[in-house]
Design a binder for this molecule. Structure first.
Ligand SMILES: *Cc1c(COP(=O)(O)O)cnc(C)c1O
Length: 387
């Protein structure tokens, strides 16, 4: 294992992000050699891996497009030096679209009102905005409902005719792609195909039509259209636990590690951490790990996850505190300073973010995106993290 040089840290192996993006490109390539364009999604600080480093690694791995949620994220990607195709998709009413339009970012409109705001930004700058239109095909989240879709399409086409916009894409988002048997998947593909027909009849000819996220990119070629938007899988996190083929060969890029502050023996009957929710049933050795919920370690992990110490999984005992938690080392002779992996790639059998997610009732997305908070330093490596 790579030795942590701090109290606790997040190590991101950028080479693994490159590898995962490359593997996803290969995986989505059909027998005749054609493949959808690959968008790597780097919103939310690159799912906790760092926005600009993740964006660079993704391009190096072959990402044709990058995707983010907010205009601020799009600007940060551009300020980091990226000039390639980039889509953002979440604006609030009154948001200033000029920073995105000025930087050649594709902006998404869900409504005619949003489209008008984007057009206003283009006029203010004397530029033709690149606009993508989102249709709601069944997630009931963002995007135009089928009843509002024809009006959005007509307004966008009118703007194109006036030379005030270029409609570069039409897209939607799936509700249940991590459940391949869910009938919502086929229903949404059908609804998307119908929405595309409405747009084409109105005269729109977008460069990219897209629906699939990571799980769909891995499991549903019928959802590919022109482009797939891969977030979680690009970071090596399993996009559909229980369904993802091992042959895909994703490797988690994030390892969270620390060093034991101290170890101590306790007796049978001793309670551990706040509330004594765990009481030792025999003498044992405890290790103190200097990371807690102030570092993004979920408090729901109390007594339910394992960490990796000295070549073995060891159980966390009692409540996770703000700055620290306690691990049970049994009767092993382990000293202060010993490295601890909270979660990582699991290549030697250690815990993964997916293990932590299953134990704490959430998804690996939330585990990797929340870890660190404002507190844990991130360190980048290019290969070389074994755990
Ligand atoms: C976050 C997001 C994605 C990426 O989803 P993954 O499941 O992480 O691949 C794709 N599209 C949209 C609209 C998103 O918000």
């Amino acid at each position: 294992m790579d030795t942590p040089h701090r109290r606790a840290e997040i190590v991101v192996d950028l080479d693994r992000i490159r590898h995962n993006v490359r593997r996803l490109r290969e995986w989505t390539t059909s027998a005749d050699g054609t493949r959808p364009r690959m968008m790597t999604v780097v919103k939310a600080d690159g799912y906790g891996h760092g926005l600009v480093p993740a964006a660079r690694a993704a391009r190096e791995g072959g990402a044709d497009w990058l995707g983010v949620a907010t205009v601020e994220e799009a600007v940060a990607v551009r300020d980091g030096g990226d000039r390639g195709p980039l889509l953002c998709w979440l604006a609030a009413p009154g948001d200033d679209h000029r920073p995105a339009v000025a930087r050649d970012v594709d902006v998404t409109a869900y409504t005619v009102a949003q489209l008008d705001e984007v057009l206003a930004a283009g006029r203010a700058l004397g530029r033709v905005p690149r606009v993508q239109l989102k249709v709601d095909t069944g997630l009931s989240r963002g995007g135009a409902s089928p009843t509002h879709w024809p009006a959005l399409v007509a307004a966008a086409r009118e703007a194109e005719r006036r030379g005030e916009a270029r409609v570069t894409g039409i897209w939607s988002h799936l509700a249940a792609s991590d459940e391949p048997e869910d009938p919502a998947n086929a229903a949404q593909e059908q609804a998307f195909t119908e929405a595309l027909a409405v747009a084409e009849q109105a005269g729109l000819a977008p460069e990219v039509r897209h629906l699939a996220n990571s799980a769909a990119a891995v499991l549903r070629p019928s959802s590919y259209f022109d482009l797939v938007r891969c977030g979680i899988a690009s970071y090596g996190q399993d996009p559909a636990p229980g369904h993802t083929p091992a042959a895909l060969g994703l490797v988690p890029a994030m390892t969270v590690q620390a060093r034991l502050v101290m170890t101590k023996r306790i007796e049978a009957g001793d309670g551990v951490s706040y509330g004594h929710t765990w009481v030792a049933d025999r003498p044992t050795t405890l290790g103190l790990v200097p990371a807690g919920y102030g570092d993004g370690v979920p408090r729901h992990a109390s007594s339910v996850v394992d960490v990796w110490v000295a070549g073995r999984r060891r159980p966390v005992r009692g409540r996770i505190c703000m700055d620290q938690f306690i691990v049970d080392l049994g009767d092993d002779q382990i000293e202060a300073g010993e490295p601890v992996v909270l979660f990582g790639a699991g290549l030697e059998g250690g815990p993964t973010a997916t293990d932590w997610a299953l134990a704490t009732g959430t998804i690996n997305y939330e585990i990797v995106t929340r870890i660190g908070g404002q507190r844990l330093p991130r360190r980048y490596v290019d290969g070389g993290v074994a755990g």
